[in-house]
Design a binder for this molecule. Structure first.
Ligand SMILES: [Zn+2]
Ligand SMILES: [Zn+2]
Length: 117
């Protein structure tokens, strides 16, 4: 697996579910200039603009492991359960997730509906 890690800043990450866009500086599993950080998944990352430490990276999002759609890490857009899943795939395959995850999603859905009405 080869990753193009050449620094070409101002590439843009776009969440295909909520439309969030943000420039990202790195895509992969191990951000440069970091010690002992290896992420569980390949992510879009950007340096934290509010943090002067250069080891601080913000994870913007990742690709769904099923449909490879680009999704942000927002709770409404994706779920990480051993791999990254977009909410569309989560809903499609909900019965294959453990009950704990299903219960959490149901709870979240209820509370967000309550907040709207
Ligand atoms: Zn999103
Ligand atoms: Zn998906």
């Amino acid at each position: 697996m080869e990753h193009n890690t050449t620094e070409t800043p101002q590439k843009t990450f776009t969440c295909q579910l909520c439309g969030l866009t943000s420039p990202f500086t790195y895509y992969g599993q191990k951000p440069p200039n970091t010690r002992a950080i290896v992420l569980l998944e390949e992510c879009f990352m950007t340096k934290d603009p509010f943090c002067p430490e250069k080891e601080k990276f913000l994870v913007l999002g990742s690709n769904c492991s099923l449909c490879s759609m680009c999704v942000c890490v927002g709770l409404d857009c994706s779920l990480f359960y051993t791999k990254r899943f977009c909410m569309q795939c989560v809903n499609k395959h909900l019965d294959q997730f453990p009950h704990q995850i299903q219960a959490e999603l149901a709870k979240k859905r209820q509370s967000s509906q309550a907040a709207v009405s």
